[in-house]
Design a protein around this ligand. Structure first.
Ligand code: DX5
Ligand code: ZN
Length: 219
């Protein structure tokens, strides 16, 4: 199985995004965390910054919207050229309608689940999505510890994706290190977001370490 590494620029130097993007050239995607101070108790940046990142980045943008009312705001990120746009199940009024809209705008549509959100209602909706993001920390901040209790949800998703024959990426985000990435890969993840463990130290070396650790255990 293909392993994808998506460094989160939440852990990068916000005053030097151009330089920081240059440090992660070996990554598959760049994870862009949008926070609105309502859905989560933290604020990052929005569409204007994302448009600029889209101009600067040599690798595709993997946008993670931790915002209220994604039905209203998410399409703008697809229009800006984001490769994937992931919104939270807990925040969307019409998840399927929004996913269809994102796809019609040319983006991959992703749905994210907070650690306590059940996956069951979404299993039958898998054909509507290109990726599912299982949050492995409470969304809002980088540098938190991986919540292992989220792994059964990932296993359930992997079983459903395999049974369906669909090519839905299963993404994890939060507390991913060279150790926890093994647990997540074994549970069925194929796309790994990592902030602190990529940007602390040498990103190229860290990305290679994460990739190798996951590759040995991916399904
Ligand atoms: C958390 C964000 C994550 C965060 C991960 O709400 O969605 O993308 O940047 O950071 P680490 O890898 O440090 O846990
Ligand atoms: Zn994220």
């Amino acid at each position: 199985m293909t392993v994808r590494i998506s460094p989160s620029i939440l852990a990068a130097d916000f005053a030097n995004f151009e330089r920081e993007l240059g440090r992660i050239a070996t990554a598959d995607l760049v994870h862009v965390d949008i926070m609105d101070n309502h859905f989560v108790p933290n604020l990052t940046f929005g569409l204007t910054m994302t448009e600029r990142l889209q101009e600067l980045s040599a690798i595709p943008l993997d946008v993670h919207l931790m915002i209220d009312d994604p039905d209203r705001w998410a399409p703008g990120y697809a229009e800006a050229g984001a490769y994937s746009v992931t919104f939270h199940a807990e925040a969307a009024a019409d998840a399927v309608g929004l996913a269809r809209r994102l796809r019609s705008l040319g983006a991959r549509a992703g749905i994210a689940l907070k650690p306590d959100t059940s996956v069951e209602p979404y299993l039958e909706l898998l054909p509507e999505f290109d990726q599912v993001l299982v949050m492995t920390v409470e969304p809002g901040f980088g540098g938190q510890s991986f919540i292992e209790a989220t792994m059964p949800k990932l296993q359930r998703l992997r079983e459903s994706v395999t049974a369906s024959g669909l090519d839905v990426w299963l993404q994890v985000d939060g507390g991913i290190t060279a150790e926890t990435i093994v647990t997540a890969a074994e549970a069925g993840a194929d796309t790994f977001v990592a902030g602190s463990s990529v940007f602390r130290g040498d990103p190229v070396e860290n990305i290679a370490t994460l990739r190798a650790a996951a590759a040995g255990h991916a399904h």
